[in-house]
Write a protein that binds this ligand. Sequence first.
Ligand code: SAH
Length: 243
Amino acid sequence: MSGFKFDVITLFPKAFELINNLGVITRALDKNLIDVNLHDLREYGEGSYRQVDDKPYGGGAGMVLKPEPIYKAYESIRKSPKSKTLLMTPQGKVLKQKDLARWSTLDQIIIICGQYEGFDERIRCIADEEISIGDFVLSGGEIPAISIINGLTRLLPGTLGDPESLINESHNNALLEYPQYTRPPVFREMKVPDILLSGDHQAIKSWREKKMLERTIDRRNDLISNKVNNNSQKSDVSEKETK
Ligand code: SAH
C-alpha cells in the first residue's frame, strides 16, 4: 500500500530536509505512511539561466515568480483522484486544525511554494485552496508547506504511538488543552495539583474539562465566540430546514 502523497513545488527543496528530523514525521516516512516528492522549480525554469522569476509589470519592488515554470512543474505531477492543490500565500485563508483533518481523508496534497515578492496572478487558477499560516509574511512558502506536512501527517493512522493523544488536544473541538504534568510531584516548590495524583478518574476528567474551558476563556476567548456563532448558525440552518 502506498502512503499519503505530498508533492511540493519549490525553489528550495533543501529546506525540506527538516521533515526528516521531526520525530513522529520521520517515523511516518520510515513506515512509508507518507511519501514526499519534491519538484525543484529551477528545473522547469526558462532558457540557459533557468529563469523562474521576472520584474512585475507596472513597476514596483522585487521579483515575482513567472507562470510557465510553475505550470510545467504542476503538469508533470501525477494526480490521484483524491488530490487537492494548495497555494501558500499570506493572502489565503488562515490554516485551522479542521483543515488538516479535512485533508487527511485525501490521498495526495500538492503544495505550491511562492518566493520573493510572490507569484504571477495567473498561478492562482491552479489552486483548489489558498492557504496562509498566519497574519505575518515569511520569505517563502517552504515553512508553511512543512507546517502542513507535519500537522497533517500526525493525524494519519499509524503515525502517533497513541492515537488517543489527538482527542483532547488544543484546537480539536475548539478548546485549548488542559495543563499537563509529569514526574516529579514537586519541582522547585511547584506542586502537581493533588487531584491528578488522586487516582479518581471521574474527578480528574471533570477537573480537566473545567481547565480546558478556563484556559480557553483566559487565552483565546475568540475560539469560544466562534464556536458559539458556528453553533447558532448551524441551528439557524436546521430551523430553516425543518420549516
Ligand atoms: N508580496 C506578497 C508576499 C510575498 S512573501 C504579498 O504581499 O502577498 C513570499 C512567499 O512566501 C509567498 O508567495 C508565499 O508563498 C510565502 N508566504 C509568506 N508568508 C506566508 C504565510 N503567512 N502563509 C503562507 N505562505 C506565506
